[in-house]
Design a protein around this ligand. Structure first.
Ligand code: MD5
Ligand code: FE
Length: 199
């Protein structure tokens, strides 16, 4: 990686424009089969990010809380994780196992994601890979404890992050998206792919 921030490996511009466009086309096909939804929290508040998934498991949230499910809220199985996404995972992690969830986060104008940890997975020994496409976003990274100091960095289209080891459980979030900074996504905004081993 060109940069390591609080243990998170950052590969700036790992995907060239052609590779980015190819991934966006694959994800558009996923979204056609499993349309992004604005999840609700257990408190009935709508999240600003729209979400769908590919793979055996998808991450969902509704009045019953958040969890992994094998089906989209419509009842259809999640589409398979596109092959170029799987090869990117193996290229940057070097692990033998494939991810079983590719969460697709769609950030339209004004969407953000508060500081949180990813801890719904069975084994925190597996890394997480995050792929940024479209508009630039300010990513915030803290530590293992809530309320500690944080750092931020701007993620651009084509940047890839790997969170493994101690960094797997750090707090993180998206403060804001710089609208109009890219024309990659139809309708504008940012798409983030988060690849995880769930079980
Ligand atoms: C995003 N998504 O840009 C981020 C990228 C999520 C989420 O956070 O949960 O959907 S994933 C960033 C991430 C995951 C796990 C660990 C760390 C970052 N980290 O240690 O910094 O939509
Ligand atoms: Fe997260």
């Amino acid at each position: 990686p060109a940069l390591v921030v609080r243990g998170v490996e950052v590969f700036p511009g790992l995907l060239d424009p052609a590779a980015q466009a190819a991934l966006v086309a694959e994800i558009a096909a996923v979204m056609a089969l499993a349309p992004p939804v604005q999840p609700e929290t257990r408190f009935g508040r709508k999240m600003s990010v729209r979400m769908t998934s590919a793979g055996k498991y998808g991450w969902v949230s509704d009045r019953r809380g958040y969890r992994y499910e094998t089906r989209h809220p419509s009842g259809v199985a999640w589409p398979p994780i596109p092959a170029p996404v799987l090869s990117l995972w193996h290229r940057v992690t070097g692990v033998d196992r494939a991810p079983d969830c590719c969460l697709v986060n769609l950030y339209r104008e004004g969407a953000r994601m508060g500081l949180h940890q990813d801890r719904d997975e069975a084994d925190f020994g597996w890394p997480i890979v995050s792929v940024s496409l479209g508009d630039e976003a300010r990513f915030r990274i803290g530590g293992l404890e809530r309320g500690g100091p944080t750092d931020s960095l701007w993620l651009k289209s084509g940047d890839v992050l790997v969170m493994g080891g101690a960094a797997r459980l750090v707090h993180h979030g998206i403060d804001r998206v710089r609208g109009g900074s890219s024309t990659l996504i139809e309708g504008g905004g940012r798409i983030n792919l988060t690849l995880r081993v769930v079980d």
